[in-house]
Design a protein around this ligand. Structure first.
Ligand SMILES: [Zn+2]
Length: 508
Protein backbone atom coordinates (compact mmCIF):
# COMPACT_ATOMS: atom_id res chain seq x y z
CA UNK A 1 0.00 0.00 0.00
CA UNK A 2 1.42 3.34 -0.89
CA UNK A 3 0.26 6.18 1.26
CA UNK A 4 1.40 9.62 0.28
CA UNK A 5 1.63 11.92 3.26
CA UNK A 6 -0.51 15.01 2.91
CA UNK A 7 2.40 17.41 3.04
CA UNK A 8 3.65 15.89 -0.22
CA UNK A 9 0.30 15.18 -1.75
CA UNK A 10 -0.97 18.72 -1.12
CA UNK A 11 2.26 20.53 -1.89
CA UNK A 12 1.37 23.61 -3.96
CA UNK A 13 2.31 23.21 -7.62
CA UNK A 14 1.92 26.82 -8.77
CA UNK A 15 2.81 30.25 -7.43
CA UNK A 16 -0.83 31.05 -6.78
CA UNK A 17 -1.29 28.02 -4.56
CA UNK A 18 1.43 29.06 -2.12
CA UNK A 19 -0.34 30.19 1.05
CA UNK A 20 0.12 33.66 2.51
CA UNK A 21 3.34 34.55 0.68
CA UNK A 22 1.95 36.67 -2.14
CA UNK A 23 4.56 39.36 -1.42
CA UNK A 24 7.13 36.83 -2.61
CA UNK A 25 5.34 34.93 -5.34
CA UNK A 26 4.14 38.13 -7.03
CA UNK A 27 7.67 39.55 -7.06
CA UNK A 28 9.03 36.32 -8.55
CA UNK A 29 6.31 36.29 -11.19
CA UNK A 30 7.17 39.87 -12.20
CA UNK A 31 10.87 39.01 -12.37
CA UNK A 32 10.05 36.10 -14.71
CA UNK A 33 7.79 38.25 -16.88
CA UNK A 34 10.36 41.02 -17.18
CA UNK A 35 13.26 38.61 -17.57
CA UNK A 36 15.04 40.11 -14.58
CA UNK A 37 15.92 37.03 -12.63
CA UNK A 38 18.59 37.12 -10.00
CA UNK A 39 21.24 34.42 -10.09
CA UNK A 40 20.93 33.82 -6.35
CA UNK A 41 17.87 33.90 -4.07
CA UNK A 42 17.77 33.65 -0.32
CA UNK A 43 14.51 32.35 1.12
CA UNK A 44 14.29 33.01 4.86
CA UNK A 45 11.49 32.16 7.28
CA UNK A 46 10.08 29.74 9.84
CA UNK A 47 9.75 26.06 9.02
CA UNK A 48 6.81 24.93 6.96
CA UNK A 49 6.05 28.33 5.44
CA UNK A 50 6.72 27.33 1.83
CA UNK A 51 10.42 28.04 1.16
CA UNK A 52 11.34 24.75 -0.53
CA UNK A 53 7.95 24.56 -2.20
CA UNK A 54 8.43 28.00 -3.76
CA UNK A 55 11.97 27.06 -4.79
CA UNK A 56 10.63 24.04 -6.68
CA UNK A 57 7.87 26.05 -8.32
CA UNK A 58 10.46 28.59 -9.44
CA UNK A 59 12.57 25.76 -10.87
CA UNK A 60 9.53 24.48 -12.80
CA UNK A 61 8.71 28.00 -13.97
CA UNK A 62 12.23 28.35 -15.36
CA UNK A 63 12.32 25.01 -17.14
CA UNK A 64 8.72 24.12 -18.06
CA UNK A 65 8.84 22.52 -21.52
CA UNK A 66 5.35 23.65 -22.47
CA UNK A 67 6.70 27.17 -22.95
CA UNK A 68 9.59 28.56 -24.99
CA UNK A 69 10.80 30.76 -22.16
CA UNK A 70 10.44 30.91 -18.38
CA UNK A 71 6.77 31.15 -17.43
CA UNK A 72 4.79 32.27 -14.40
CA UNK A 73 2.41 29.34 -14.89
CA UNK A 74 4.37 26.11 -15.30
CA UNK A 75 2.15 23.40 -16.79
CA UNK A 76 2.83 20.75 -14.15
CA UNK A 77 2.50 18.03 -16.81
CA UNK A 78 5.56 18.14 -19.03
CA UNK A 79 8.48 15.86 -18.25
CA UNK A 80 10.44 18.69 -16.73
CA UNK A 81 7.60 19.79 -14.39
CA UNK A 82 6.84 16.22 -13.34
CA UNK A 83 10.44 15.26 -12.63
CA UNK A 84 11.10 18.50 -10.72
CA UNK A 85 8.00 17.92 -8.60
CA UNK A 86 9.23 14.37 -7.94
CA UNK A 87 12.73 15.57 -7.02
CA UNK A 88 14.47 13.68 -9.86
CA UNK A 89 15.27 16.27 -12.51
CA UNK A 90 18.86 16.38 -13.73
CA UNK A 91 18.89 20.18 -13.88
CA UNK A 92 17.47 20.77 -10.44
CA UNK A 93 19.66 19.71 -7.58
CA UNK A 94 18.33 19.82 -4.03
CA UNK A 95 20.98 19.71 -1.36
CA UNK A 96 20.40 19.45 2.36
CA UNK A 97 22.85 21.87 3.92
CA UNK A 98 22.69 20.07 7.24
CA UNK A 99 24.15 16.81 5.92
CA UNK A 100 26.33 18.29 3.14
CA UNK A 101 27.95 21.05 5.05
CA UNK A 102 31.63 20.53 4.22
CA UNK A 103 33.90 22.17 1.69
CA UNK A 104 34.19 18.92 -0.36
CA UNK A 105 30.47 18.88 -1.02
CA UNK A 106 30.49 22.49 -2.14
CA UNK A 107 33.50 21.84 -4.38
CA UNK A 108 31.63 18.93 -5.97
CA UNK A 109 28.72 21.29 -6.47
CA UNK A 110 30.99 23.86 -8.13
CA UNK A 111 32.11 21.24 -10.62
CA UNK A 112 28.52 20.41 -11.50
CA UNK A 113 27.83 24.10 -11.97
CA UNK A 114 30.20 24.08 -14.98
CA UNK A 115 28.07 21.66 -17.03
CA UNK A 116 25.46 23.20 -19.23
CA UNK A 117 21.85 22.46 -18.31
CA UNK A 118 19.73 20.10 -20.39
CA UNK A 119 16.82 22.52 -20.12
CA UNK A 120 17.02 26.29 -19.85
CA UNK A 121 18.49 26.62 -16.36
CA UNK A 122 20.38 24.66 -13.80
CA UNK A 123 18.86 25.27 -10.38
CA UNK A 124 20.69 24.52 -7.14
CA UNK A 125 18.48 24.52 -4.07
CA UNK A 126 20.40 24.39 -0.80
CA UNK A 127 18.11 23.86 2.17
CA UNK A 128 19.20 24.86 5.70
CA UNK A 129 22.10 26.70 4.09
CA UNK A 130 23.12 28.22 7.44
CA UNK A 131 24.52 24.81 8.41
CA UNK A 132 27.44 25.04 5.95
CA UNK A 133 30.93 25.35 7.37
CA UNK A 134 32.95 28.53 7.01
CA UNK A 135 35.15 26.89 4.37
CA UNK A 136 32.11 25.71 2.49
CA UNK A 137 30.71 29.24 2.49
CA UNK A 138 34.02 30.54 1.13
CA UNK A 139 33.93 27.99 -1.68
CA UNK A 140 30.32 28.92 -2.40
CA UNK A 141 31.16 32.60 -2.39
CA UNK A 142 33.62 32.14 -5.28
CA UNK A 143 30.84 30.71 -7.40
CA UNK A 144 28.48 33.51 -6.44
CA UNK A 145 31.12 36.10 -7.34
CA UNK A 146 31.43 34.73 -10.88
CA UNK A 147 28.00 33.30 -11.53
CA UNK A 148 28.01 31.04 -14.61
CA UNK A 149 25.33 31.71 -17.17
CA UNK A 150 22.03 29.82 -16.81
CA UNK A 151 22.67 28.79 -13.20
CA UNK A 152 20.38 29.90 -10.41
CA UNK A 153 20.98 29.31 -6.71
CA UNK A 154 18.16 29.22 -4.21
CA UNK A 155 19.21 29.11 -0.57
CA UNK A 156 16.62 28.36 2.09
CA UNK A 157 17.15 28.96 5.78
CA UNK A 158 15.30 29.30 9.04
CA UNK A 159 18.26 31.22 10.52
CA UNK A 160 19.51 33.89 8.14
CA UNK A 161 21.42 35.61 10.93
CA UNK A 162 23.90 32.71 10.81
CA UNK A 163 24.87 33.43 7.21
CA UNK A 164 28.01 35.41 6.36
CA UNK A 165 27.09 38.93 5.17
CA UNK A 166 29.15 38.32 2.02
CA UNK A 167 26.69 35.58 1.01
CA UNK A 168 23.59 37.57 1.95
CA UNK A 169 24.73 40.61 -0.01
CA UNK A 170 25.00 38.54 -3.19
CA UNK A 171 21.47 37.19 -2.96
CA UNK A 172 18.03 38.61 -3.51
CA UNK A 173 16.40 38.01 -0.15
CA UNK A 174 12.80 37.03 0.50
CA UNK A 175 11.35 36.69 3.98
CA UNK A 176 8.60 34.11 4.29
CA UNK A 177 5.96 34.92 6.87
CA UNK A 178 4.33 32.69 9.40
CA UNK A 179 1.03 31.66 7.93
CA UNK A 180 -1.97 33.18 9.76
CA UNK A 181 -3.83 30.68 11.93
CA UNK A 182 -7.12 31.30 10.14
CA UNK A 183 -5.50 30.68 6.74
CA UNK A 184 -4.07 27.35 7.92
CA UNK A 185 -7.40 26.41 9.52
CA UNK A 186 -9.24 27.12 6.26
CA UNK A 187 -6.83 25.02 4.26
CA UNK A 188 -6.86 22.16 6.76
CA UNK A 189 -10.62 22.10 6.67
CA UNK A 190 -10.82 21.89 2.89
CA UNK A 191 -8.06 19.28 2.61
CA UNK A 192 -9.75 17.16 5.29
CA UNK A 193 -13.00 17.51 3.35
CA UNK A 194 -11.36 16.27 0.16
CA UNK A 195 -10.15 13.24 2.13
CA UNK A 196 -13.69 12.53 3.32
CA UNK A 197 -13.41 13.96 6.82
CA UNK A 198 -15.50 16.89 8.00
CA UNK A 199 -13.87 19.10 10.61
CA UNK A 200 -15.75 21.79 12.50
CA UNK A 201 -14.24 25.30 12.40
CA UNK A 202 -13.11 24.92 15.98
CA UNK A 203 -11.54 21.55 15.21
CA UNK A 204 -9.59 22.96 12.25
CA UNK A 205 -8.49 25.85 14.43
CA UNK A 206 -7.03 23.51 17.03
CA UNK A 207 -4.86 21.92 14.36
CA UNK A 208 -3.80 25.33 13.04
CA UNK A 209 -2.92 26.67 16.47
CA UNK A 210 -0.83 23.64 17.19
CA UNK A 211 1.05 24.02 13.90
CA UNK A 212 2.10 27.52 14.96
CA UNK A 213 2.28 29.20 11.56
CA UNK A 214 3.67 26.24 9.61
CA UNK A 215 1.48 24.63 6.99
CA UNK A 216 3.59 21.49 6.70
CA UNK A 217 3.26 20.78 10.42
CA UNK A 218 -0.48 21.27 10.24
CA UNK A 219 -0.66 18.69 7.44
CA UNK A 220 1.34 16.19 9.51
CA UNK A 221 -1.18 16.71 12.30
CA UNK A 222 -3.99 16.12 9.84
CA UNK A 223 -2.26 12.89 8.78
CA UNK A 224 -2.30 11.87 12.42
CA UNK A 225 -6.01 12.67 12.70
CA UNK A 226 -6.87 10.80 9.50
CA UNK A 227 -5.04 7.72 10.81
CA UNK A 228 -7.49 7.67 13.74
CA UNK A 229 -10.60 8.82 11.95
CA UNK A 230 -10.36 8.37 8.20
CA UNK A 231 -13.98 9.39 7.47
CA UNK A 232 -16.93 11.11 9.05
CA UNK A 233 -17.10 14.19 11.25
CA UNK A 234 -14.94 15.35 14.11
CA UNK A 235 -15.63 17.95 16.77
CA UNK A 236 -13.07 20.20 18.41
CA UNK A 237 -13.04 18.03 21.52
CA UNK A 238 -12.39 14.87 19.52
CA UNK A 239 -9.56 16.47 17.57
CA UNK A 240 -8.08 17.81 20.79
CA UNK A 241 -8.21 14.34 22.26
CA UNK A 242 -6.59 12.68 19.23
CA UNK A 243 -3.76 15.20 19.24
CA UNK A 244 -3.52 15.19 23.02
CA UNK A 245 -3.97 18.93 23.21
CA UNK A 246 -6.38 21.25 24.91
CA UNK A 247 -9.10 23.15 23.15
CA UNK A 248 -9.35 26.90 23.63
CA UNK A 249 -12.50 26.35 25.68
CA UNK A 250 -10.53 24.69 28.46
CA UNK A 251 -8.70 27.93 29.11
CA UNK A 252 -11.77 30.06 28.58
CA UNK A 253 -13.35 28.13 31.47
CA UNK A 254 -10.39 28.56 33.83
CA UNK A 255 -9.99 32.23 32.91
CA UNK A 256 -13.70 32.83 33.45
CA UNK A 257 -13.50 31.39 36.96
CA UNK A 258 -10.51 33.62 37.68
CA UNK A 259 -12.34 36.68 36.37
CA UNK A 260 -15.37 35.75 38.49
CA UNK A 261 -13.07 35.55 41.52
CA UNK A 262 -14.09 31.95 42.02
CA UNK A 263 -10.93 30.12 43.14
CA UNK A 264 -12.80 26.89 43.92
CA UNK A 265 -14.32 26.89 40.44
CA UNK A 266 -10.90 27.47 38.87
CA UNK A 267 -9.46 24.51 40.77
CA UNK A 268 -12.38 22.33 39.68
CA UNK A 269 -11.68 23.21 36.04
CA UNK A 270 -8.04 22.30 36.52
CA UNK A 271 -9.00 18.99 38.17
CA UNK A 272 -11.32 18.18 35.31
CA UNK A 273 -8.52 18.64 32.77
CA UNK A 274 -5.99 16.67 34.78
CA UNK A 275 -8.43 13.83 35.32
CA UNK A 276 -8.91 13.57 31.57
CA UNK A 277 -5.22 12.71 31.37
CA UNK A 278 -3.83 16.03 30.13
CA UNK A 279 -0.31 16.77 31.26
CA UNK A 280 -0.09 19.50 33.90
CA UNK A 281 2.70 21.38 32.13
CA UNK A 282 0.56 21.54 29.02
CA UNK A 283 -2.29 23.11 30.99
CA UNK A 284 0.20 25.58 32.46
CA UNK A 285 1.63 26.62 29.11
CA UNK A 286 -1.87 26.86 27.66
CA UNK A 287 -3.02 29.10 30.49
CA UNK A 288 0.07 31.28 30.10
CA UNK A 289 -0.61 31.56 26.37
CA UNK A 290 -4.23 32.44 27.06
CA UNK A 291 -3.42 35.20 29.54
CA UNK A 292 -0.66 36.52 27.33
CA UNK A 293 -3.12 36.59 24.45
CA UNK A 294 -5.55 38.58 26.60
CA UNK A 295 -2.76 40.98 27.52
CA UNK A 296 -1.65 41.68 23.94
CA UNK A 297 -5.26 41.95 22.81
CA UNK A 298 -5.97 44.43 25.63
CA UNK A 299 -3.08 46.52 24.35
CA UNK A 300 -4.56 46.49 20.85
CA UNK A 301 -1.80 44.38 19.30
CA UNK A 302 -2.96 42.56 16.17
CA UNK A 303 -1.36 39.20 15.57
CA UNK A 304 -1.86 36.89 12.62
CA UNK A 305 -1.05 33.80 14.62
CA UNK A 306 -4.12 34.34 16.79
CA UNK A 307 -7.38 33.21 15.24
CA UNK A 308 -10.48 35.38 15.17
CA UNK A 309 -12.20 33.17 17.69
CA UNK A 310 -9.29 33.29 20.11
CA UNK A 311 -9.09 37.07 19.65
CA UNK A 312 -12.78 37.32 20.54
CA UNK A 313 -12.23 35.27 23.72
CA UNK A 314 -9.17 37.30 24.69
CA UNK A 315 -11.09 40.52 24.17
CA UNK A 316 -13.91 39.31 26.39
CA UNK A 317 -11.44 38.41 29.12
CA UNK A 318 -9.53 41.66 28.76
CA UNK A 319 -12.76 43.59 29.23
CA UNK A 320 -13.34 41.91 32.56
CA UNK A 321 -9.93 42.25 34.10
CA UNK A 322 -7.90 45.37 34.70
CA UNK A 323 -4.88 45.61 32.36
CA UNK A 324 -2.35 45.77 35.16
CA UNK A 325 -3.88 42.64 36.65
CA UNK A 326 -3.70 40.81 33.33
CA UNK A 327 -0.05 41.75 33.04
CA UNK A 328 0.63 40.30 36.47
CA UNK A 329 -1.48 37.23 35.84
CA UNK A 330 0.29 36.54 32.54
CA UNK A 331 3.66 36.97 34.20
CA UNK A 332 2.76 34.65 37.07
CA UNK A 333 1.37 32.04 34.69
CA UNK A 334 4.59 32.15 32.65
CA UNK A 335 6.65 31.69 35.80
CA UNK A 336 4.44 28.79 36.81
CA UNK A 337 5.93 26.53 34.15
CA UNK A 338 9.38 26.76 35.70
CA UNK A 339 7.99 26.32 39.20
CA UNK A 340 6.13 23.17 38.22
CA UNK A 341 9.32 21.58 36.93
CA UNK A 342 11.15 22.03 40.20
CA UNK A 343 8.27 21.07 42.48
CA UNK A 344 7.57 17.64 43.90
CA UNK A 345 3.90 18.62 44.26
CA UNK A 346 3.21 20.43 41.00
CA UNK A 347 -0.53 20.12 41.34
CA UNK A 348 -0.52 22.01 44.65
CA UNK A 349 1.64 24.72 43.13
CA UNK A 350 -0.82 25.08 40.25
CA UNK A 351 -3.85 25.15 42.54
CA UNK A 352 -2.25 27.76 44.77
CA UNK A 353 -1.55 29.91 41.76
CA UNK A 354 -5.19 29.67 40.68
CA UNK A 355 -6.34 30.78 44.13
CA UNK A 356 -3.87 33.60 43.97
CA UNK A 357 -5.03 34.69 40.52
CA UNK A 358 -8.69 34.46 41.45
CA UNK A 359 -8.14 36.63 44.52
CA UNK A 360 -5.65 38.94 42.89
CA UNK A 361 -7.42 42.18 43.72
CA UNK A 362 -6.73 41.44 47.34
CA UNK A 363 -3.35 40.09 46.62
CA UNK A 364 0.08 41.47 46.34
CA UNK A 365 2.73 41.80 43.84
CA UNK A 366 5.88 40.23 45.02
CA UNK A 367 7.31 40.08 41.57
CA UNK A 368 8.11 43.73 41.33
CA UNK A 369 5.74 44.59 38.57
CA UNK A 370 5.05 47.54 40.84
CA UNK A 371 7.12 49.57 38.44
CA UNK A 372 4.24 49.39 36.01
CA UNK A 373 2.19 51.44 38.46
CA UNK A 374 4.79 54.04 39.19
CA UNK A 375 3.71 57.44 37.87
CA UNK A 376 6.68 57.64 35.53
CA UNK A 377 7.03 57.86 31.79
CA UNK A 378 8.34 54.35 31.31
CA UNK A 379 5.38 52.74 33.01
CA UNK A 380 4.02 50.33 30.41
CA UNK A 381 0.45 49.59 31.34
CA UNK A 382 -2.39 51.33 33.06
CA UNK A 383 -0.14 53.93 34.57
CA UNK A 384 -1.94 56.85 33.03
CA UNK A 385 -4.92 56.26 35.26
CA UNK A 386 -2.97 56.42 38.47
CA UNK A 387 -3.09 59.76 40.19
CA UNK A 388 0.35 61.05 40.88
CA UNK A 389 1.06 61.39 44.58
CA UNK A 390 1.63 64.89 45.99
CA UNK A 391 5.07 66.21 44.96
CA UNK A 392 6.82 65.84 48.29
CA UNK A 393 5.88 62.18 48.38
CA UNK A 394 7.21 61.64 44.90
CA UNK A 395 10.81 62.33 45.82
CA UNK A 396 13.24 59.46 45.92
CA UNK A 397 12.41 56.96 48.55
CA UNK A 398 13.98 57.75 51.85
CA UNK A 399 15.71 55.15 54.01
CA UNK A 400 13.48 53.68 56.67
CA UNK A 401 15.32 55.28 59.58
CA UNK A 402 14.76 58.74 58.17
CA UNK A 403 11.93 60.59 59.95
CA UNK A 404 8.81 59.83 57.96
CA UNK A 405 6.47 62.62 56.83
CA UNK A 406 3.13 62.73 58.61
CA UNK A 407 0.62 60.27 57.21
CA UNK A 408 -2.17 61.35 54.93
CA UNK A 409 -5.17 61.80 57.31
CA UNK A 410 -7.27 59.27 55.41
CA UNK A 411 -4.46 56.75 55.47
CA UNK A 412 -4.01 57.37 59.19
CA UNK A 413 -7.70 56.61 59.61
CA UNK A 414 -7.29 53.33 57.72
CA UNK A 415 -4.37 52.35 59.92
CA UNK A 416 -6.48 53.13 62.99
CA UNK A 417 -9.33 50.87 61.82
CA UNK A 418 -6.90 48.15 60.86
CA UNK A 419 -5.14 48.37 64.22
CA UNK A 420 -8.44 47.88 65.99
CA UNK A 421 -8.99 44.73 64.00
CA UNK A 422 -5.52 43.17 63.84
CA UNK A 423 -3.36 44.82 66.49
CA UNK A 424 -0.67 47.48 66.51
CA UNK A 425 2.24 45.40 65.22
CA UNK A 426 0.53 44.68 61.94
CA UNK A 427 -0.83 48.22 61.76
CA UNK A 428 2.68 49.61 62.14
CA UNK A 429 3.80 47.44 59.25
CA UNK A 430 1.00 48.71 57.03
CA UNK A 431 1.81 52.32 57.95
CA UNK A 432 5.08 51.97 56.02
CA UNK A 433 3.11 51.82 52.80
CA UNK A 434 2.46 54.72 50.49
CA UNK A 435 -1.23 55.16 49.72
CA UNK A 436 -2.29 55.91 46.15
CA UNK A 437 -5.91 56.60 45.24
CA UNK A 438 -6.82 55.19 41.86
CA UNK A 439 -10.38 55.19 40.48
CA UNK A 440 -12.33 53.15 42.96
CA UNK A 441 -9.36 51.41 44.43
CA UNK A 442 -6.67 52.10 46.94
CA UNK A 443 -3.14 51.01 46.19
CA UNK A 444 -0.82 50.51 49.12
CA UNK A 445 2.74 50.45 47.93
CA UNK A 446 5.34 49.05 50.31
CA UNK A 447 9.07 49.70 50.29
CA UNK A 448 11.02 46.76 48.92
CA UNK A 449 12.68 46.15 52.30
CA UNK A 450 9.30 44.94 53.58
CA UNK A 451 8.91 42.33 50.85
CA UNK A 452 8.83 39.36 53.23
CA UNK A 453 6.67 41.03 55.85
CA UNK A 454 4.10 41.94 53.23
CA UNK A 455 4.12 38.39 51.95
CA UNK A 456 3.53 37.06 55.47
CA UNK A 457 0.78 39.57 56.12
CA UNK A 458 -1.01 38.54 52.99
CA UNK A 459 -0.83 34.84 53.59
CA UNK A 460 -3.58 35.23 56.17
CA UNK A 461 -7.03 35.86 54.87
CA UNK A 462 -8.01 37.55 58.17
CA UNK A 463 -5.40 40.23 57.56
CA UNK A 464 -6.62 40.82 54.05
CA UNK A 465 -10.24 40.98 55.09
CA UNK A 466 -9.41 43.41 57.89
CA UNK A 467 -7.44 45.63 55.56
CA UNK A 468 -10.28 45.72 53.06
CA UNK A 469 -12.73 46.49 55.81
CA UNK A 470 -10.56 49.33 57.10
CA UNK A 471 -10.16 50.82 53.62
CA UNK A 472 -13.85 50.50 52.88
CA UNK A 473 -14.76 52.25 56.14
CA UNK A 474 -12.82 55.26 54.93
CA UNK A 475 -13.39 55.19 51.19
CA UNK A 476 -16.73 53.46 50.83
CA UNK A 477 -18.02 49.94 50.35
CA UNK A 478 -17.09 49.40 46.73
CA UNK A 479 -13.48 50.34 47.12
CA UNK A 480 -10.99 47.68 46.14
CA UNK A 481 -7.59 47.28 47.72
CA UNK A 482 -4.35 46.49 46.03
CA UNK A 483 -1.01 45.90 47.66
CA UNK A 484 2.25 46.33 45.83
CA UNK A 485 5.90 46.09 46.71
CA UNK A 486 8.39 48.57 45.31
CA UNK A 487 11.17 47.63 42.94
CA UNK A 488 14.43 46.89 44.74
CA UNK A 489 16.56 50.05 45.01
CA UNK A 490 18.87 50.52 42.04
CA UNK A 491 22.56 49.79 42.47
CA UNK A 492 23.43 53.45 42.29
CA UNK A 493 21.36 54.40 45.30
CA UNK A 494 22.75 54.20 48.77
CA UNK A 495 22.32 50.71 50.18
CA UNK A 496 19.89 50.51 53.05
CA UNK A 497 21.28 49.40 56.38
CA UNK A 498 20.23 45.80 56.94
CA UNK A 499 19.06 46.70 60.43
CA UNK A 500 16.30 48.89 59.09
CA UNK A 501 14.07 45.88 58.63
CA UNK A 502 14.69 44.79 62.19
CA UNK A 503 12.38 47.48 63.47
CA UNK A 504 9.56 45.67 61.77
CA UNK A 505 8.07 43.20 64.17
CA UNK A 506 8.26 39.56 63.26
CA UNK A 507 5.16 37.46 63.16
CA UNK A 508 2.89 39.71 61.19
ZN1 LIG B 1 5.73 22.02 -17.59
Amino acid sequence: MSYLVLARKCRPQSFDEVAAQAHITETLKKAIEKDRLSHAYLFCGPRGTGKTTTARILAKALNCQSFDAPTTTPCGECESCVTIAGGRNADVLEIDGASNRGVQEIQALRERVQYAPQGRFKVFIIDEVHMLTKEAFNALLKTLEEPPARVIFIFATTEPQKLPPTIISRCQRFDFRRIPTDTIAGRIKSIAQSEGLTLSDDAAEIVARRADGGLRDSLSLLDQILAYAPKGELSADEVAEILGILPLDAFVQIADRIAEKDPAGAIEELDRLLESGIDISQVASGLAEHLHGALTTALGVHRDDISERATAEYTKLAERIDKTDILRMAKLASDLQTKLKSSSTPRFVFEELLVYLATLDMALDLHNTAASLAPSAQAPVGAARIQAPPPQQAVIQEPDDHPRPPLDPKFAEIIEHFEALRGDAKADMVSHAKMIEDEGRIILKFPHSLNFQVEKLLMKKDNLDALTEAVQKVFGEDTRVKLLVDEPPSEASEPKPKSSTATIPEGV
